[in-house]
Design a protein around this ligand. Structure first.
Ligand SMILES: Cc1cc2nc3c(=O)[nH]c(=O)nc-3n(C[C@H](O)[C@H](O)[C@H](O)COP(=O)(O)OP(=O)(O)OC[C@H]3O[C@@H](n4cnc5c(N)ncnc54)[C@H](O)[C@@H]3O)c2cc1C
Length: 437
């Protein structure tokens, strides 16, 4: 009977991070992943309708995502990222584009100075917005959150107009938290603004230059004997308040000293329930969908790498071909908090967004369209709300040798790659502490 030091269930970013940390300390670690690729919710797949290999969703980082950047560096992947310093976000409103951020000055001073020239807000709105941002910059989150139940309420109390919400706050917070401003918890909104604009980490806007799953090709090759893909953990077996083994879909029983559930919360609960384990609560982690609308055009429609749109259906557009430094004219429209599109048929979605896109880029029209595909990610991220906060702070059940990992654990970050990597690091540290390595 072969016994591992640690078995990690789930090959998303949190599982990969723990695997790397623990293997470095010479532990014998096995990583089990349900699907045929690593990367979890940040993955790529061959799309049959377009015949292209595409990402499940556009993933973006900012400089404050320190642990994610460390993971990318340690796996020699920083070369696969565009680090755009002194970034400027073109914001489209009606038929005007105005820029947020400065080409010459980085960080918060760059942002604040660019606001002076921002055309989508009145002088009065800009004054109030800058005051509000300075308050967030210089004050502690807890001292200014003031028990406001949601961030919309906080913005109202802090004198933010409808225009400021539409042409500034929504553009940043909706994609960052994948949630409507009316439901975002004030603590998380303030946290995101502080991390995005006012952290003392290097400031940049980061985009992958390659498909997400290919980030793990070398890592997989180097560790192939300790990674099993297409392996689903079905059940756990207990012995004296400890997990003794796990059973996989192939019927294999695998043994280890410690077990890490680096699975989504819903999968974690399913495995525990299928193992007839009594749970401390039966809450469901509430999630939010992301919609990706991919278009391929015959002729180039834009040279911009990305653009945010306000006051139209479109939220953000990314120029995949340009960002991946590839031939072709592939763009993706990324729609956060996209509940309203989930049950709509794909052709209707295509028609609506093509029309909206043509309004921004006139060459994005039917004649120029080569092909399209729509990607619906129903449970893309979890919501930052009270119910989920309870789940994040309370484990479903405790066993001596069981560890939970994943963005949904208590990391203080919202549902992000940074949160996933932080949780993977925290878990490996706990395991190493427990065995004094
Ligand atoms: C469309 C989309 C866009 C996003 N955009 C961004 C972004 O711009 N920036 C950002 O920071 N974050 C973004 N995110 C969120 C980010 O992808 C996640 O927060 C992060 O990848 C979560 O990693 P994780 O390791 O915690 O969990 P997961 O990635 O969910 O990993 C869990 C793994 O466990 C495996 N698993 C589940 N059950 C079993 C089982 N029984 N046996 C074996 N394996 C199992 C799953 O297959 C999965 O690989 C986005 C997510 C989506 C879906």
């Amino acid at each position: 009977m072969k016994k591992f030091d640690v078995i990690i269930i789930g090959g998303g970013l949190s599982g990969i991070t723990s695997f790397i940390d623990l293997s470095r300390k010479k532990l014998n670690v096995l990583l089990l992943e349900k699907s045929s690729y690593l990367g979890g919710r940040a993955f790529s797949f061959p799309d049959p309708s377009s015949n292209e290999y595409i990402d499940n969703g556009q993933h973006v980082i900012v400089g404050a995502c320190e642990e994610y950047v460390n993971l990318m560096k340690s796996t020699n992947n920083m070369k696969n990222f565009l680090e755009i310093k002194n970034y400027q976000v073109p914001v489209f409103k009606k038929n005007k584009v105005s820029l947020l951020g400065s080409k010459f000055i980085s960080g918060s001073i760059g942002l604040l100075s660019s606001l002076l020239f921002y055309k989508h807000l009145s002088f009065w709105d800009k004054k109030k917005l800058i005051q509000c941002l300075l308050k967030i910059k210089f004050r502690n989150v807890d001292s200014i959150a003031n028990n406001h139940s949601n961030f919309r309420d906080w913005l109202d109390k802090n004198g933010q107009s409808e225009d400021s919400i539409k042409y500034f706050w929504d553009i940043i917070l909706k994609p960052a938290l994948n949630q409507e401003i009316e439901t975002i918890s004030t603590q998380y909104a303030l946290f995101v603004i502080k991390q995005t604009f006012f952290s003392n980490k290097p400031q940049f806007f980061g985009l992958p230059k390659t498909n997400l799953s290919s980030l793990w090709t070398d890592f997989e090759k180097r560790n192939s004997s300790n990674i099993l893909k297409k392996t689903i953990v079905k059940k756990i077996n207990l012995e004296k308040k400890k997990i003794k083994s796990i059973i996989t879909n192939n019927g294999d029983e695998l043994f280890a000293e410690c077990f890490v559930f680096a699975t989504q919360y819903s999968s974690t609960i399913k495995i525990l329930k299928d193992s007839n384990i009594q749970l401390s609560n039966d809450y469901k982690l509430e999630t939010s969908p992301i919609l990706g609308i991919h278009f391929w055009f015959k002729d180039k429609i834009t040279d911009q790498r990305f653009l945010a749109s306000a006051g139209s259906e479109i939220q953000w557009i990314f120029n995949v071909s340009k960002n991946h430094n590839k031939e072709g004219n592939h763009v993706v429209i990324s729609q956060s908090a996209s509940n309203k599109w989930m049950n709509m048929n794909k052709n209707t979605i295509k028609e609506i967004f093509l029309k909206e896109l043509e309004f921004i880029y006139p060459l994005a029209n039917h004649e120029n369209l080569e092909k399209y595909t729509i990607v619906k990610q129903k449970d893309a991220t979890f919501l930052c709300n009270k119910n989920n906060e309870y789940i994040r702070n309370n484990t479903p059940v405790d066993f001596e040798n069981l560890y939970y990992s994943g963005d949904w654990t208590d990391t203080s970050w919202p549902s992000t790659m940074e949160g996933a990597v932080i949780s993977g690091k925290t878990t490996s540290k706990k395991i190493l502490d427990s065995i004094k390595r």
